[in-house]
Design a protein around this ligand. Sequence first.
Ligand code: PMP
Length: 425
Amino acid sequence: MPVLGRDVTVPLVTGGEVTYAALDYAASAPALQRVWDDVAAYAPYYGSVHRGAGYLSQLSTDLFESSRATVHAFLDCREDDQVVFTRSTTDSLNLLAGALPGGCEVFVFETEHHASLLPWTDARVTYLDAPRTPQQAVRALESALSGRDLGAPALVCVTGASNVTGELWPVRELAAVSHAHGARIVLDAAQLAPHHPVSVRKLGVDWVAFSGHKLYAPFGSGVLAGRADWLRDAEPYLAGGGASRKVSRRAGGGVDVEWHTTAARHEAGSPNVIGVYAIASACRALTEAGFDALVDRERHLVEKVLAGLAEVPGVRVLSLFGGGTPSASGGRTPARVGVVSFVVEGWNSSHLAAALSAEYGIGVRDGLFCAHPLVRTLLGGDPQQPGECGAPEGERGERGETGVRPAEGAGAPLNAIRVSFGAGT
Ligand code: PMP
């Protein structure tokens, strides 16, 4: 399978080599060639932004700020929404967690990726049980929010597309329910934005977060976009240069600081201008390719993967919303992006993943995908049991040792295997 026109050849333990099939886009998608080309064209000219009268600094400042405008347009933000550049989705959600107004309650489904589940430690958090249909999710949120004090601030955090099942969440409906109960909502679009158009206006969400490295740009840059007020009223995410407008010694000791009220308030330090430029390049590439075509192509690939898996004895595709494994003759295909997780009866997923890599050159992910409560529920285990992010210690076969494949014992499987793909696959 070509990787966006850049074939990578890998050796196999069985001898010979094969074109590598990268099927772990949900972890990090290979950057588009177009993005590498844009970055390479700009790289000789980069300079530090907002800090110099020199040509390179001016050029970099222009590209940095025009990248902000590109992301604003890509997300179809409201006119006065802010786009803050961060390091990743995790970083964006931690930034927002630090910007919650005093007394803010947070509502989050236990099925979230840890990046959306965990940052809210300073707030009163209500964890909602795993819903088994999108409608159940909306009803569960409605009942959790009803009766709350409408005067107190509240935030709902929800993922747009699961990094485990690929299933789409009813974001627009959840946003409507949140607003009807005086709460705001942040969308974790880490898995949604690379596959579907995300319109802040149409979905009605207050903030959206995503990562460059899942959106066909390289590592190191991410986005938090949305309402300016909470961000403007919060302490800066990092204290330092770039976030401060004026700093002066206070008579009698200490310093007085006037912080920026724009996105710069949360972008202290020298920003990752190349990473930001790469995100903007990826946004342009996706927009030009057209999401209609991308969604169609991906739907076709998802159906192919599900139909192929349905023919393998013992495969169980993981699904929260009941898509299950369609029959090979074509059952109902659940609404999901190019992310499919499964277990194979009697097989240890980590050994299977190691074998796929070493013997076939297919790169997949195994483990609990940083969504332990969700995966434990889907595997039929106890969501309250702790898990490990990757393969359990000592479980992953070393390269070349894939001949040993002990069957799993009785009980729920320990972990799952995931294939994920997207534009250009
Ligand atoms: N949310 C979801 C749904 C994800 O899949 C991921 C990454 N697997 C994240 C958040 C975190 O993204 P990052 O590691 O880039 O911060």
